[in-house]
Write a protein that binds this ligand. Structure first.
Ligand SMILES: [Zn+2]
Length: 216
């Protein structure tokens, strides 16, 4: 028997996540970060999905205001700029590798708390391009929000770069997503078919392919 996970989402959290994303969520085992008002900012997905697929991308940014702000950074070329800096700045590269390790540790802890246990298929595989590149800023910002400042240097930088649009001390939930009508229905089979559309999920697919190659 396991103790109840204090970070586990409530039914209301799951509904909010579905509304924020405009689609059903599945395999969310914790809320990784919350707005000062209590609404979810980050969904924490199980390291192994209910259908058995290993899932390396643990932290998924769900708040539309933050997601949009981070997309602006991506569109402005921030990822290529950061990746170039990683190649030149050894201290930054070292901190980023530490962030990768912290991500792996945090994911293992999520696996333990949620009763899923170890997922050896994704050992050493994190997300967002870590440890050597920046491929998805949403992943890094999700990690920074879940871990707190000082863990992921590039996620922290991205958060600092969006203060014009979002800051952690202020609720910007009002009007950020549709709160009227019925929330998107939880339909696991349909979601499985549409996976791979978001950068996070593409990232996961690539990691799976790498994992497959590693096993071959
Ligand atoms: Zn809020």
């Amino acid at each position: 028997m396991t103790e109840p996970n204090a970070l586990a989402p409530t039914a209301a959290d799951l509904e909010t996540l579905s509304r924020q994303l405009g689609r059903p969520v599945r395999d969310v085992v914790e809320i990784g970060a919350r707005c000062v008002c209590g609404n979810p900012l980050v969904a924490t997905t199980a390291p192994r999905l209910a259908n058995g697929i290993p899932f390396p991308t643990t932290y998924y940014l769900t708040h539309p205001v933050i997601t949009a702000a981070v997309s602006r950074l991506e569109a402005a070329g921030t990822m290529a700029e950061m990746t170039a800096r990683l190649e030149q700045d050894e201290a930054l590269a070292a901190r980023y590798r530490e962030a990768h390790e912290a991500y792996l540790r945090a994911r293992a802890e999520v696996g333990t708390r949620s009763g899923i246990g170890a997922v050896p298929e994704i050992d050493g595989v994190s997300a967002g391009g870590m440890p050597g590149r920046v491929k998805c800023l949403h992943v890094l910002v999700g990690h920074s929000l879940a871990a707190g400042p000082g863990v992921n240097p590039l996620g922290d930088e991205a958060l600092a770069a969006i203060v014009e649009w979002w800051t952690p001390d202020r609720c910007q939930c009002h009007g950020a997503w549709d709160t009227t009508g019925v929330a998107p229905v939880r339909d696991l089979s349909r979601h499985v078919k549409t996976q791979g559309l978001s950068p996070e999920e593409l990232d996961r697919k690539r990691a799976e392919r790498r994992t497959g190659e590693g096993k071959a």
